[in-house]
Design a protein around this ligand. Structure first.
Ligand SMILES: Cc1cc2nc3c(=O)[nH]c(=O)nc-3n(C[C@H](O)[C@H](O)[C@H](O)COP(=O)(O)OP(=O)(O)OC[C@H]3O[C@@H](n4cnc5c(N)ncnc54)[C@H](O)[C@@H]3O)c2cc1C
Length: 419
């Protein structure tokens, strides 16, 4: 009896070795493509993408230039709505860090280099190069790609995990040993990410945190911004103050009829998008390279030298004319008040634009519902990677680094189980 049992186990092991495991990846975006490539080619890998092409969003990142990571990705802050998520995400990013990412892409033939802000791009500055390299490698590895195939259900059955999909030809079921959900968040639905994929995991008992659009334009009180619509402050400093916190970002600030846009705005939104409802005070420094004292001296001198200049025109040649007139009017012609407004023009944040305008979703499936390998704690052999999880990063390549690090974590865990 003992020997029979041993023999049975031996046969089972041999069978497992001979039989390929089926791994289904839901979502052919950044994390899904990276994961597919990092899995052992000896297994049967099926990549399901609802859109007509793989990596559509990846090809549009970084204004089409593909800002794939950031040299500071291990050091800078990541965010999560569920309190411990960000800490775990950083551990994962340190384990599969930016150097590893560079080596990974180099192995696919893509060379990366950093700009002055530590942002990493393919040296050819084409995001499509990242997608193409991943796609070519997937084809070479013989990974089964199923386009225009939308996962609409996920369940555990007695025959293993079952993914229900919808295609042009109707509904179908795909059975799998492992399922990795890489279906993204709720932002930019034109790239296939409308938040519908959360339901796949909710049906298994997972929860979803509160969601917010991030890396997005900010709505503010519009008394001034509306009349300044279209004016771009190149290299201004935008400061946000909320609940005892302060954060400043330097860069373009673009005034719009709803509030502000531009890269400084996008960057600061990562810190405040989920706090706007509780009150966030903003201020714009139009001339960060000049101190208040310097400006005070310059304007005092200017008033002395040009006594006939109407006081509303005193800031002509110093800041944009329209802004200058509004500042002088608000300051009642008082120079020191005008300087104060040039250095910290106050605006109140009243909201953000919506998910269609945002680059990333704040919130998602809490990391606390996954183990250290990002496996669901509720259903064995279901893994999660990328933006669907409650992790978001700052502007500048941090979100694609998370897509990479989380996908690699999952790939190694599944590979280990397939051994
Ligand atoms: C315009 C824009 C520019 C950006 N630029 C940058 C940048 O420069 N640097 C940076 O770090 N980040 C950038 N981001 C953010 C970054 O692109 C995302 O965080 C990242 O792509 C998330 O990867 P992901 O794999 O989780 O999801 P995604 O890349 O969004 O991929 C998810 C995929 O899943 C598919 N899918 C969804 N539901 C289903 C389903 N039910 N069945 C089958 N398929 C499904 C979708 O069609 C999609 O292809 C940008 C985002 C946008 C919108």
């Amino acid at each position: 009896m003992f020997f029979l049992k041993k023999f049975d186990k031996f046969l089972q092991m041999r069978y497992n070795k001979i039989m390929k495991k089926t791994i289904v990846i839901i979502g052919g975006g950044a994390s899904g493509l990276i994961l597919a490539n990092a899995l052992p080619a000896t297994e049967r890998i099926i990549l399901i993408e609802r859109g007509e092409r793989l990596g559509r969003k990846l090809s549009a990142t970084g204004n089409g230039q593909g800002n794939i990571s950031n040299l500071s990705a291990g050091k800078e802050e990541y965010f999560s709505v569920d309190p411990t998520g960000a800490f775990r995400a950083k551990e994962c990013i340190r384990a599969h860090n930016v150097d590893e990412l560079c080596g990974y892409f180099l192995s696919l033939g893509v060379l990366l280099s950093a700009d002055e802000r530590n942002r990493l791009y393919p040296t050819g500055k084409q995001a499509s190069a990242l997608t193409d390299a991943l796609r070519f490698s997937i084809e070479k590895k013989g990974i089964e790609t199923r386009l225009q195939t939308k996962a609409v259900g996920l369940e555990q059955t007695s025959n293993g995990l079952c993914v229900h999909v919808e295609t042009e030809n109707g509904r179908e079921r795909i059975f799998a040993d492992f399922v990795a959900v890489c279906a993204g968040g709720k932002c930019a639905k034109n790239f296939g990410t409308d938040g519908g994929a959360y339901a796949l995991l909710q049906s298994l008992g997972h929860t979803v945190t509160k969601l917010y659009p991030s890396l997005v334009q900010l709505k503010t009180d519009t008394l001034y911004t509306k009349t300044w619509k279209g004016i771009r402050v190149a290299d201004g400093v935008l400061t946000a103050k909320w609940q005892g916190n302060t954060r400043s970002e330097q860069g373009d600030i673009l005034f719009t009829e709803y509030g502000i846009s531009g890269d400084a705005t996008f960057r600061i939104s990562a810190f405040i998008a989920d706090h706007v409802a509780d009150g966030v005070e903003l201020s714009v420094d139009f001339l960060p390279s000049f101190s208040e004292k310097q400006l005070l001296d310059i304007l005092t001198e200017k008033r002395k030298n040009f006594p006939d200049l109407p006081q509303t025109e005193l800031l002509f040649g110093i800041v944009n004319n329209q802004i200058g007139r509004a500042v002088m009017k608000r300051a009642d012609g008082d120079i020191s008040r005008a300087v104060g407004l040039i250095k910290a023009f106050p605006l109140t944040a009243t909201g953000t634009l919506g998910y269609d305008y945002a680059q990333v979703t704040k919130g998602g499936i809490p990391l606390s519902e996954t183990d250290a390998n990002l496996q669901s704690r509720l259903i064995e052999n279901v893994y999660l990677a990328g933006e669907i999880l409650d992790v978001d990063g700052q502007c500048g390549g941090f979100n694609l680094q998370w897509a990479y690090s989380s996908a690699k974590t999952v790939a190694l865990a599944i590979a280990e189980k397939c051994k």
